[in-house]
Unconditional design. Structure first.
Length: 264
């Protein structure tokens, strides 16, 4: 049963990860700009859900250029700067995260919620790295989905968390990030505040200790990254770095620790 669970999580992570690069390409725009509706070669993106679901290449590029040729449809070698990055790495990362969450959580009903959220977390991380932005189209629905989906889970037998603490955790972590944003708006984006709502819900499910551990880990990861960049001379004290990926990495660590502790 346990091996089957891990296999299902791996298949889900791989399948969902294949869909992330196109969405990341469309969402990686500066504030105020419309979402991209064409590929890097200028072809319109067609497919289910108004072209949001599909492979990394559009149908025209996939037909015109054999896979692995390293050329775009217009004959220019290599990907363009706004081409969907890491088409192979993304499914691997998504798969690894899903398997890790499944291994830690085991056969418990909240696992379904965690698996649903992983691809969106990876998508947000990619967009934040590219354009230092966490789109409201993802952060706010993700917070609402986490809160709403965990409600029914709390009624099912075998769960190992508290819906009440999850909701309070979202408010507490979101409130803490809002205070940091007010104190130092140049060092904390408002998108981070919105992301903190969903991460607080997830971490709060397993209790306050897990919430604080996951939040602290996010700050620790981000600080270490900044220190390394400054040591290498690639950043200064005022250099902006995307903080969302570190928030989610810390939340993932906290989630794994909380799930393992709940299993005893």
């Amino acid at each position: 049963m346990y091996a089957t669970l891990l296999a299902v999580a791996a298949l889900w992570g791989a399948a969902a990860g294949l869909l992330v690069p196109r969405a990341a390409h469309r969402l990686s725009v500066e504030p105020g700009e419309p979402w991209r509706d064409s590929c890097s070669s200028g072809h319109g993106l067609a497919g289910p859900v108004r072209g949001w679901i599909g492979g990394v290449r559009c149908a025209t590029c996939a037909t015109a250029v054999p896979a692995g040729s390293g050329q775009a449809a217009d004959g220019v070698a290599g990907p363009s700067p706004d081409a969907p990055a890491m088409p192979v790495t993304v499914p691997l990362v998504t798969t690894a995260a899903c398997v890790a969450v499944a291994a830690a959580t085991g056969v418990r009903p909240e696992l379904a919620v965690w698996l649903l959220m992983v691809p969106f977390a990876v998508l947000l991380a990619i967009v934040d790295v590219r354009v230092h932005r966490l789109p409201d189209r993802l952060t706010l629905p993700l917070a609402a989905a986490a809160a709403l989906l965990l409600g029914p889970v709390a009624l099912l037998p075998g769960h190992a968390g508290s819906w009440t603490t999850a909701l309070l955790g979202g408010l507490v972590l979101g409130g803490a990030y809002f205070v940091l944003f007010v104190i130092h708006p140049n060092g904390m984006g408002f998108g981070d505040v919105k992301l903190a709502l969903s991460l607080g819900v997830v971490l709060g499910w397993y209790g306050w200790t897990v919430l604080f551990a996951g939040a602290f880990a996010g700050f620790l990861f981000g600080s270490l990254y900044g220190v390394v960049l400054m040591a290498l001379g690639r950043a200064g004290r005022r250099t902006a770095i995307p903080f969302g990926p570190f928030m989610m990495a810390g939340a993932l660590l906290g989630l794994l620790l909380g799930a393992l502790a709940a299993r005893g």
